[in-house]
Design a protein around this ligand. Structure first.
Ligand code: L34
Length: 297
């Protein structure tokens, strides 16, 4: 079977075009969506993602600011900065890039963000609203991006057995929660697997849709999937490869070469889920701007 390659770049492009049009309309009535991204420390992967978020803001006509803080920043300093942006009307969304240095409590910082500006959807108020299926909440960007990729690539999860590999708060748990919801673009039967799961391959082989989010390079092998599976690879792992430019190469959690031979559809890494994460962040920020300005367009 020749798998359909689900291009996150392409889907992201069309969603961004939709957002761009909306921004044009908003600007006519004096509204400019604003996003502030805060990054603490020098983690190279985080630097890349944060730069891409700033570039997306520029591309779509959002006002944006990136605050780069040293790894030595104290929790108190970061909390005070969050307080400042909570009050600043110029910014509709606040994003604190994770992971944070060990001496700062991520939970404390995320709790401090005004839930109305929590475009990451990580604040417990938004997490709670997501669980009950409230329309009025910010869905976390990567899980929401996964759902959009499935829908827009013609792979509606309704009635399908979705197997999620990984139980993180950023991807595994929320993506399971979103896809099991009684709603359009969801309605799946969901199984979550993790490091303590017994007979993992037996379960993954039952998947109609497999979502890999464990952060382990090339973990999913061909013998772990059935013919015709749809695979969404959330992993972004940088591995050493002397033949690659810079000596490293990005790979997902799925052995793409082998698994794509059995799959009906599969996302690549890079160019799959990554661009969707950033695009859903833009969508959440646009939504926040509309709410903050009581815009009913
Ligand atoms: N607060 N922290 C917060 N919000 C988030 O939504 C994130 N995440 C995850 C890490 N920490 C976070 C991201 O932004 C992961 N993530 C993310 C964002 C973008 C990309 C990957 C992960 C991405 O654009 N990936 C590109 C390749 C980038 C590269 O060259 O390294 C891709 O095509 O997959």
């Amino acid at each position: 079977m020749v798998a359909q390659i689900i291009s996150g770049n392409e889907v992201a492009k069309s969603i961004r075009a939709e957002i761009k049009n909306e921004v044009v309309q908003l600007k006519k009535v004096g509204i400019e969506p604003g996003l502030v991204v805060i990054i603490v420390g020098e983690d190279p992967a985080s630097q890349v993602y944060v730069r891409k978020k700033g570039e997306a803001c520029d591309e779509l006509g959002f006002c944006s600011e990136t605050v780069r803080l040293p790894a030595s920043t104290t929790e108190e300093e970061l909390l005070r900065l969050v307080d400042k942006y909570n009050k600043d009307k110029k910014f509709d969304g606040i994003l604190v890039q994770l992971p944070l240095p060990k001496h700062i409590s991520e939970e404390k910082v995320l709790m401090r963000i005004d839930p109305g500006k929590d475009v990451d959807g990580f604040h417990p108020v938004n997490v709670g609203k997501m669980v009950v299926g409230s329309a009025d909440c910010y869905l976390p960007c990567t899980p929401h991006g996964v759902q959009e990729l499935l829908i827009r690539s013609g792979n509606d999860p309704a009635g399908k057995h979705v197997v999620v590999l990984g139980r993180s708060n950023i991807v595994g748990k929320p993506v399971a929660c979103i896809l099991v919801q009684k709603a359009k673009g969801a309605d799946a039967t969901v199984t979550i697997c993790h490091s303590r799961t017994k007979n993992l391959a037996e379960i993954t082989r039952q998947a109609d849709i497999l979502i890999a989010a464990i952060g382990s390079p090339n973990f999913v092998k061909a013998d772990m999937v059935r013919d015709g599976v749809v695979v969404i690879d959330v992993g972004v792992n940088r591995i050493n490869d002397p033949t690659a430019k810079g000596g490293t190469r990005l790979v997902g959690d799925v052995d793409f070469e082998a698994v794509s031979k059995k799959a009906k559809a599969i996302t690549p890494v890079p160019g799959g889920v990554g661009p969707m994460t950033i695009t859903m962040l833009m969508k959440n920020t646009l939504h926040a701007a509309k709410i903050h300005h009581n815009y009913k367009g």
